[in-house]
Design a protein. Sequence first.
Lengths: 97, 478
Amino acid sequence: MANRISDETIEYVGILAKLELSDSEKEAAKADMEKMLDYIDTLNELDTTGIEPMSHVFQVSNVFREDVVTNGDSREEMLANAPQRKDDSFEVPRTIG
Amino acid sequence: MTKQYETVIGLEVHIELATKTKIFCGCSTEFGGAPNTHTCPVCTGMPGSLPVLNRQVVEYAMALGLATNCQITQVCKFDRKNYFYPDNPQNYQISQLYLPIARNGYVEIESGAEKKKVRIHEMHMEEDAGKLVHDEWDDTSLVDYNRSGVPLVEIVSEPDMRSADEVIAYLEKLRMIAQYLGVSDCKLQEGSMRADVNLSVREAGTKDFGTRTEMKNLNSFKAIAHAIEGERERQIELLEAGKEVVQETRRWDDNKEHSYAMRSKEDAQDYRYFPEPDLVPIVISDEWIDEIKARQPELRTEKLERYRKEFDIPQYDAEIITESKKMADLFEETTAICGKPKKVANWLMVETFRLMKDNGMEADDLTFSPANLARLIDLVDAGTINSSVAKKVFEKIFSEDVDPEKYVEENGLKMVNDEDALRETIENVIAANPQAVADYKGGKEKALGALMGQTMKAMKGKANPGMVNQMLREMLQS
């Protein structure tokens, strides 16, 4: 059943993930992804007719909060995690969409 | 012979919900705060933080779905939409793909004389992104996450519109519904209502759709109309030249009146959606739906019907007034105080609309109180002030919400009904204008107007015009 990941696929996944992989890293990633797909194939061997698709691992629904402001100005704490800050903003490489 | 083309348009409309807090955390949604003052670990995507859904978001989305004839998805859930962009701190947006909150609805629009249904494919809840400011000098961008996590509903229409006029009628309809429900203020300029336009052209009479493009960055009705015209022309030119339309996202530049391709192949639109594991499913019972329905405020159609029964005003007036909820509220509250619906309608439709236009305001920007307008109407009816003074006083009410009784008192604007004072003024006017007097006596009725004007001016506009008219005629007879 072994799944095969092509060079094109690993290239494409790399672009989506914004990762630049070396050739050896690409080969390693290919092998990992093939194993993952094989595992899914194993799961697919199970007969799941009549079983409702699961949308969440816990049998819990409707967990809500009320629409009440509970947070104040914690910009200093948030910006403490910024790799770079300028005034009160997170600073990132120039990005235009 | 040139071919005839038909434009086919579908819309994705984002509406920012008017909740007090964000969709997944207790940060304020207030517009315009200093950068990053409304942020927490959840809306800045810190590892280990846990989103918890704001109940009000679900209820507003349900209300919108019900008011647009949608079916509510009674088991619905959230999914992750993965993409990398610095305005999106988690590297995914929490949205809904597989089980959106509402589906299969429609709204009715009026385009020209005809009524038309625009079908709604689906409506989903999601979070907004942060705001990027690009530094012109440095090679950097600055990110403000205040808007990150503000709740949005995205309304996806079917490709049912055929012109810019229909698109604008559809947007106005959605805005009216949202404002009536109180779920959003829908201000295009502030970005609380945004539209992406999907457009294709096809030869008239054909059934298959052409290749469509998506246009973003449209923040006024005018920009939307221009972008539609521009994109229609561009696609027709391509087809006429025997070229193909490429499916792509284009960004409209309203200053240059031109759109340009936005995304390249490097940014392939492959969002790899998967179920959001941090949020549990939402189960919506029949009872909950009934509760939302019961709580739904009166919408415009119902309001028009009630006005017809309750108030003695023309249908035309009722239609103008109910175009916005704010105007309708002002009308009802003022009428409840003074009991004169037609007069209230006139003040709103003439003077209020004029001043709004002069000041570039929308109904939602109005701040004067119904009580002060009601008092003003009573002052005119009681003969305390004349109608031209009333217009001046109204300008003060409009801008500063002054109490008209006090204002009239303090500024000595009461109508002069004093016969002796009027007689003296009129005598002076007659003496000073022999030509107009001669004209009037010679049969020129118009000359009376000039003499009236002179008298009113001499009385600083405060004279009782009815009395002046009558006295002038009498005194000119003698």
